[in-house]
Design a protein around this ligand. Sequence first.
Ligand code: SAH
Ligand code: SF4
Length: 435
Amino acid sequence: MNKLDSELLQAALRQNGLKYVATPADADVLLYNTCSVREQAEHRVFSHLGRWRKKAEADPGFILGVIGCMAQRLEKDIIRKFPFVQLVCGTQSFLNVPAYIAKISETGRSVIQTGGGPLEFERDPALRAQPHHAYTAIMRGCSNYCAYCIVPDVRGPEVSRPLAAVTDEVKRLAEAGVIEITLLGQNVNAYGRHPNYNEGAEGGLPALLENLNAIEGLKRIRFVTSHPKDMTDDILQAVAQNEKVCEHLHVPAQSGSDKILRAMNRKYSRRDYLEMTERARQIIPDVALSGDFIVGFPGETERDFQQTLFLLETTGFQQSYIFRYSPRPGTRAAAFEDDVPDSVKRERQQTLLAAQQRYDIKRRGLLKGAALNVMCTGKNSAQPHEGRSMGRTRQNDIVVFDAAPKRENISKGDICKVKIESTTALTLFGTELAG
Ligand code: SAH
Ligand code: SF4
């Protein structure tokens, strides 16, 4: 979501005559788009800001700004600690940033804005970040209030965009050459299903997927993130029936212990989660599931952790993101004692990573010999595979491959049939099949 916000803002700035420069030190305007999900990310931004003090104080034309979740959450702290920051803009008005910058240049005075702003706007497909792929937000905010999570506080309530607006945007992106679209939302499965904020989106995700599947030129559709409690059969069927929708679901489990899931306010049990994965596998042949886990949530005992390990091992994830719990001020869990020592959090994180790696080796090893549809995402730039094509399968696995003999060139967005010849834990290697 942050990546998309940065892209949209960059496009808005370019429309207003600003140019992107390759090195931050060369910039007249330097913006940090920030994340508040974990404390470490916030620390990193603070240390970056400190480095610009000299330049900001010496150069009156230089504008330093902080936008996004951290700006929303820590507006006063940022100004107090870094008085040379001239722009603080929250999550809901970032598209006004070009106007704020013009105002700062004109008046020399700071702008602090953490109120609302437009959600609908005319997006210029020509100013997208990549030729073949684009993100689009189908909803903003979140109303789930998982006990550990700061997102509902900093991004506001869950609001779905109208189906017609999303369809029109994707159509225009496809006309401009986009082959693959990734739909974004904190909980895309709830698209159009909020009792108050769903105008024009009443058909929900299934209707949206069906609409997008009909768009000419578009070849792949993905969506993130799915909440396990909202993974209804009609969504799974929509994935199975609309051929452009890829067989990959990102469905964070967070924990495998019912006690911890309850304390996290996740609204499903371990059994519900496992039952959901079975339904997904029945309805969508070849589906790959990925997920997130948090280790060291308050009160997590060794027994709770073993249940998480069990869930990870029995489900078998195409990819797992494993985070150490980080208390976030103002969330429900911040009132609980952060009682799992950091050393134990790290140990549990390593244990899950090792289990995931064992499964990665096994699962990708089984793909040897398979012929898979791979969408080219560019060229590999690192040794020993420099110059070879890179791509993704429909299940989102990374593939390094060579073109079939006599084939001229493979471009970003081409879909190739690739025979897998060897595998490592994280990568598949192969050659395009001729014809
Ligand atoms: N809306 C998405 C993503 C939210 S943030 C979802 O519900 O899955 C991405 C991930 O960060 C979460 O899935 C969770 O695993 C992790 N996360 C969120 N808050 C956290 C915290 N306080 N400490 C550690 N990890 C956290
Ligand atoms: Fe945070 Fe939960 Fe909302 Fe995801 S669903 S953004 S984890 S509150």
